[in-house]
Design a protein around this ligand. Sequence first.
Ligand code: DGY
Length: 321
Amino acid sequence: MKPFVYITRKLPEEVVTPLREKYEVKMWDKEDVIVPRTVLLEEASKADALLTMLSDQIDEELLSAGEQLKVVANLAVGYDNIDIEAATKRGVTICNTPDVLTDSTADLTFGLLMAAARRIVEGAEFIKAGQWKSWSPLLLAGYDIHHKTIGIVGMGSIGSTVAKRATGFDMEILYHNRSRKMEVESELGATYCSFDELVERSDFIVCLTPLTAETKDLFTRDVFKRMKKTAVFVNASRGPVVNEQELYEALKEGDIAAAGLDVFDKEPIDETHPLLTLSNVVAIPHIGSASIETRMKMMNLCVENIDLILSGQEPKTHVNK
Ligand code: DGY
C-alpha cells in the first residue's frame, strides 16, 4: 500500500502532482474554508504525512489520532499552531517554510509601515468615497518615514531583512532580540537595546517576534503608553503577541498615532471588531508572505519535505530535529 498524504487545503494541482505520482494523496477540496476538525481527525488517523495550514491546530489529540504519522509540513515559517513537544515525543517530524518567504514578508511589513504612517489606505478610501473636494495643505498628512527611528522586536531573518529595507530610508535602526545579532550591527548599523528603550525611542515599532509563552501579550496598554504619541506600531508576527483590546484603547485615546496589522488574536477577525472602526488602523488579512511566487515556493517546499521524509531522507527544513 502506498503511503497516504493528506493536504488540509485545496492547492494548485501542479504543486501536488509530484506527490500523486508516488503516494496516495487526498486534499480538502476548499480553497478558503478551514477543514472541519472532525474531517482532519479522521484523515490524520490514516495519514503518513500531513500538509497543514497555520490555521490547523496540530495538538496532542490530533497527533495521537495520527498513529502512523511521520511528518507534518506546515505552510508557514511560524509553527505556534503545532504542539512541538507532543510531536517530538511521538517521533513526528515537523517542517516549516523559512527563507523562501523572508523577502516577501519583509516587503509587506515595510509596506504596512508606510501605509499606516502615510495614511495610504485612508487616502484610497477617501477618494473612492468622492470626498476629495480640493487639494489642501494638510489633507491626509501623515508622518515621515525617512530619517526616523525604527525599532524591530524579533531580529530573525525577516527582522534583518526589514532592517535592510530601513537603511534605504536612512533610518536609525534599533532592535531587541533574545540574542545579539552581530552581523546586523556591523552590516546595517543596527543598535541592540532593551525592550523598554526600544519602545520609548522608536518612531516605528515593528513586531516580528515568534509567538511563545514569553511573547504572548508582550504589547499591553502600559507598553503603548511608553511609546511616543506619534509612534506607529506594526505587527506582522502573530496576533496574541499583542493585547488587542489594549491596543484599541491606546489608538483611540491617542497613546500612539497609528497601527498596521497583518495578524490578529482570532483569525479571521470579526468585521465588527472595534479595531476595524478606527481610521488610524491599516488592517490586512495575514498576507505577509502572500505573493504568488513566494506562496508557490512555500507549497513546493512542503511537498519536497514530505517526499524526503517518506523516502527516508532528511527534510530541508526540520523544526524538531
Ligand atoms: C508565516 O509563514 O508564519 C507567515 O505568518 C505567513 O504569512
